[in-house]
Design a protein around this ligand. Structure first.
Ligand code: ATP
Length: 199
């Protein structure tokens, strides 16, 4: 089965695009959402996060997101250590999930592919790009955050031009107008590549 990585900077519209691929009955795996779910459901992850961050990591048995976001924002080593706990578990979960799918291709949405040199894990990569001002505006209206925090995340991500050059497909998501049309074309092209590989 062909694995298509879907990536893009913060607020570019990855999840919005992923859901539109779902309209073509393409199975979509949202790595961030699965990671968040596992952080609340896996006893092993809970234990390891409490060892890393202390007892405040969970509040009433729920991940204490503001506390952890604050720790990560102030010390990148926390983010690296947290990723080292969570990424291997998400990887195992994805490998299990993919065995249950019956489709010519699947989409895996991951914010960070190029930043972690994970390109070789995917047969094809789609990058969603959008103007920085639009991305900032979207994140500020979606999340309780500040422009400084959004800019800090942006500065840790590879910029759109470089990502686009490294990708098989690029989706420009400055407005919703042409989004479905772009996705339709890419879907058809991927299906064609799936047919070519199975011949
Ligand atoms: P993140 O990396 O922060 O998780 P993302 O790349 O997955 O973000 P989305 O969650 O899809 O981005 O989009 C961010 C916000 O912008 C959402 O509230 C979404 O509804 C909105 N949005 C996405 N695309 C558009 C668009 N073309 N026009 C207007 N709003 C949009």
């Amino acid at each position: 089965m062909i694995i298509v990585g879907l990536t893009g900077g913060i607020g570019s519209g990855k999840t919005t695009v992923a859901k539109l691929f779902g309209n073509y009955s393409i199975p979509v795996y949202i790595a961030d959402a699965e990671a968040k779910r596992l952080m609340n459901s896996s006893e092993q992850i809970k234990q390891e996060l409490i060892e890393l961050f202390g007892n405040n990591a969970y509040l009433n048995d729920e991940l204490n997101k503001p506390f952890i976001a604050d720790k990560i924002f102030n010390d990148k080593a926390y983010l690296d250590n947290m990723n080292a706990i969570i990424h291997p578990k998400v990887k195992i979960h994805f490998e299990q999930w993919i065995k249950e799918q019956n489709s010519p291709y699947v989409i895996k949405e991951v914010a960070i592919i190029f930043e972690h040199q994970q390109q070789s894990k995917y047969d094809l990569i789609i990058t969603v790009i959008a103007d920085k001002e639009k991305r900032l505006e979207r994140v500020l209206s979606r999340d309780k955050t500040t422009p400084e925090k959004v800019f800090a995340i942006m500065s840790n991500q590879i910029d759109d031009i470089e990502k686009a050059q490294l990708s098989d497909f690029v989706i420009l998501n400055n407005d919703m107008g042409t989004l479905e049309n772009q996705i339709h074309k890419i879907h058809k092209s991927i299906l064609q590549q799936c047919r070519n590989t199975s011949n």
